[in-house]
Design a protein around this ligand. Structure first.
Ligand code: PMP
Length: 452
């Protein structure tokens, strides 16, 4: 049996205090702006989850370019968070800027289509293999609209999601297993309806539970990421996707794959890379280099059925909407992003960089016999402070470390590296460099030496 290194928790807490003091000392401007923001922004932040950055207050950003940014105190950072995937393209990619600027001068939104609409739809068809496409402004909305259509075409009331999932602020997905029972997710703010009435929830990789939930024939759709990425990365077990597809087909349930994060796997996401066959695919975040845009695509058959339920007199008030959805600016940005930024060649580089980070971290874990592991989906890498990869959401949640997670974030931040918040996740962009990755490995090594 491997004798794992021991980490003294009181030492972690003492180091955390030191890092907090260092953070406060080095960011007088951010601290000042945060104080001032308390007067006009709820909790001093423009988006409530920004209160969760470790360090007591968030950094205020002056400028972000490529794979780096500068804060208002003039400090530079390597950005491995990339807006939690919204900027997986790198910040303000040079190939997109002229197209966006050009479109800004030619009209931002008209509620009418232009040529970019079908260029983008044809490119999404080519990448993901699904026939018909629609647009939205966020991945959340793409998921919400996909679920509405699924319920409409199947005439079934329920949705099935996996424990520990995140698909944006989609009400049906705010359901968790607590002691084996479906419950409204802890922290679910003011749900309009108890989500256990709309949803079923099972553990990822549990085919028996999946079949039992589908068998009554009341589930319109399964909504899943092809690899869970929001509770730590949790991969499907061998054969799981095939069985998921077969079971959903057998029970007449539609399969919606949310590729918003797993777009890290390649230009056609995990779906294309592994030959999956969803009925619906949703994607958002980096699709337009961070300009609000999302898309959802259907099989030909489902597209026809969906078309039939969108009744002409109610097409604008039927519950699927967004005045600014498919606006000219989003579409110009999507086209430029797909054409010039998220290309095959870019992915080759990004994935090689992610492997470099994975191997760097793996090497440190092995050298110091740490009870940790590292995992990856294409250009997205994550390390978790538990010895083995989790099999499902419950295991992944139990493996979260309330001391080490914030410590590693703040330690990295104080040394110029930004990780994705709420995870130890690092994402590569076409602008990321080997030296950025190596700096992360160097700081990671330093952190480990201090912890031991
Ligand atoms: N799907 C997945 C898999 C996500 O991780 C997220 C956000 N983290 C979303 C959808 C929602 O994206 P947005 O907040 O941009 O609507």
């Amino acid at each position: 049996m491997v004798q794992h290194a021991h980490i003294d928790r009181s030492k972690v807490r003492a180091l955390m205090e030191r890092e907090k003091a260092l953070f406060a000392e080095r960011h007088p401007q951010s601290r000042q702006l945060h104080r001032r923001s308390q007067e006009s922004l709820l909790a001093g932040v423009p988006m409530h989850w920004m209160t969760r950055w470790p360090g007591g207050f968030p950094l205020f950003v002056a400028e972000a370019r490529g794979a780096t940014f500068r804060d208002v105190d003039g400090l530079e950072y390597i950005d491995l968070c990339l807006g939690d995937t919204g900027a997986m393209t790198g910040h303000s990619p040079p190939a997109v800027l002229p197209k966006v600027t050009e479109q800004l001068a030619k009209g931002i939104t008209t509620m009418l289509p232009g040529e970019n609409a079908f260029w983008v739809a044809e490119e999404l068809q080519r990448r993901f293999g699904l026939k018909y496409w629609q647009f939205a402004l966020s991945a959340t909305d793409a998921n919400r609209f996909a679920l509405r259509l699924a319920r409409a075409v199947t005439a079934r009331p329920k949705v099935l999601v996996f424990n520990g999932c995140y698909h944006g602020t989609v009400d049906e997905a705010y359901v968790s297993l607590v002691g084996g029972e479906a419950k409204s997710r802890p922290g679910n703010i003011g749900p309009q309806i108890d989500p256990t009435l709309t949803s079923k929830v099972v553990e990822w990789n549990d085919l028996e539970a999946l079949e039992a939930a589908l068998a009554p024939g009341d589930v319109a759709a399964v909504l899943a990421e092809p690899v869970m990425t929001n509770v730590g990365i949790v991969h499907p077990e061998p054969g799981y996707h095939q069985a998921l597809r077969e079971l959903t087909r057998d029970y007449g349930t539609l399969l919606i794959l949310d590729e918003t994060h797993t777009l890290s796997a390649g230009p056609g996401g995990y779906t294309r890379k592994h030959g999956l066959e969803p009925d619906v695919l949703t994607v958002g975040k980096p699709l337009a280099s961070g300009i609000p845009a999302a898309a959802y695509g259907f099989t030909e058959e489902l597209g026809r059925r969906a078309h039939a339920v969108i009744q002409p007199p109610y097409a604008d008030t039927g519950g699927i909407g967004g005045t600014l959805a498919a606006n000219a600016l989003s579409l110009a940005a999507m086209r430029a992003t797909l054409e010039h930024v998220l290309t095959e060649e870019a992915y080759e580089r990004m994935i090689a960089l992610a492997e470099r980070l994975e191997w760097g971290v793996k090497g440190v874990i092995a050298k110091y016999k740490l009870p940790w592991h590292v995992t990856r989906v294409g250009c997205r890498v994550e390390y978790l402070f538990r010895p083995n990869p989790a099999k499902n959401g419950s295991e992944a949640l139990a493996g979260q470390d309330p001391d080490l997670d914030p410590f590693i974030h703040l330690y990295m931040l104080n040394r110029g590296v930004l990780l994705t918040p709420f995870h130890n996740m690092a994402l590569m962009s076409p602008a990321t460099l080997e030296e950025h990755v190596d700096r992360h490995t160097e700081v990671f090594t330093q952190a480990v030496k201090e912890l031991l």
